[in-house]
Design a binder for this molecule. Structure first.
Ligand SMILES: Nc1ncnc2c1ncn2[C@@H]1O[C@H](COP(=O)(O)OP(=O)(O)OP(=O)(O)O)[C@@H](O)[C@H]1O
Length: 249
């Protein structure tokens, strides 16, 4: 069953620039999708339609069978977004308050909020920092806090926009491990990147956006070679002549 169904989605910004054109895209529950595209390909514009920040001008976007704008709360509860700029996502005075923001907005009973936030912070390894100001966290910790925020809301779909940007090797490894574990636990994962290096080996499906259109879509081993022509750097192992299939497995 598809958790996301996008049909004929077209978006033009007020200056007339078309940033998405006739996008048809369905995402199956429990899948791990990498959405890749060069700068300006339309990734952010597409993501903004998933949580209702943008309303379809043409076409439709449904989350679990419900049009996004028919029930914004449903869409935002189902699809948790981890934005690229972790600082802009900080809303709480403490790590705990920050992770509790989503569940509180869902008006859950206090005990359920506490249980859910405690568990989410433990999952991402921030339990011991619960009373610290989020602004004092490292870049990797801030991103893990943003992941805890969507975990605490029990979002079924987790969308991460450039989750490895500005992270060092250890930060990348930790965030990647969380993403892989969330997928193994049954979540639907969509990772947006313009560099396939870190995440592609874990994906079941690679979608390549180019100038607002889907240029390629399929199992990574089948479509990865289309990436370069769309301005996306291939993973080093492939650039250096490694077998695509053996690198991906
Ligand atoms: N507010 C806006 N007004 C006008 N044009 C915009 C606006 N936001 C984005 N665009 C244009 O729409 C196109 C798609 O932009 P978008 O931000 O969705 O791409 P992206 O794939 O997320 O890029 P990046 O990897 O650089 O974040 C680009 O040509 C961009 O210049």
């Amino acid at each position: 069953m598809d958790i996301i169904k996008i049909s004929g989605l077209t978006h033009r910004y007020p200056d007339g620039r078309t940033s998405l054109e006739e996008i048809d895209l369905s995402v199956a529950r429990g899948s791990f999708v990498v959405l890749a595209g060069a700068n300006g390909a339309g990734k952010s514009t597409l993501l903004k339609h998933l949580n209702g920040l943008l309303r379809p001008q043409e076409g439709s976007v449904e989350i679990a069978g419900v049009p996004v704008h028919q029930d914004l709360r449903h869409a935002r509860r189902t699809v948790g977004m981890v934005f690229q700029d972790a600082d802009s996502q900080i809303v709480g005075e403490t790590v705990y308050d920050d992770a509790a923001f989503g569940p509180e907005n869902l008006h859950w009973p206090a005990a359920r909020i506490r249980e859910s936030v405690d568990s989410a912070l433990e999952t991402v390894g921030l339990g011991k920092l619960r009373d610290r100001s989020p602004h004092l966290l490292s870049g990797g910790e801030k991103r893990r806090l943003a992941i805890a925020g969507v975990l605490a809301m029990a979002s079924e779909v987790i969308v991460l926009d450039e989750p490895f940007a500005n992270l060092d090797y250890d930060g990348v490894r930790q965030v990647l491990a969380h993403i892989v574990a969330l997928h193994a636990g049954g979540r639907t994962i969509i990772v947006c990147v313009h560099d396939l290096e870190k995440v592609l080996a874990h994906a079941q499906r690679l979608i390549i956006l180019q100038r607002g259109r889907i240029a390629a879509d399929g199992p990574p081993e089948q479509v990865v070679r289309a990436a370069e022509a769309c301005g996306i750097r291939l993973p080093a192992a492939i650039r250096m002549g490694g077998m695509v299939e053996s690198w991906l497995r």
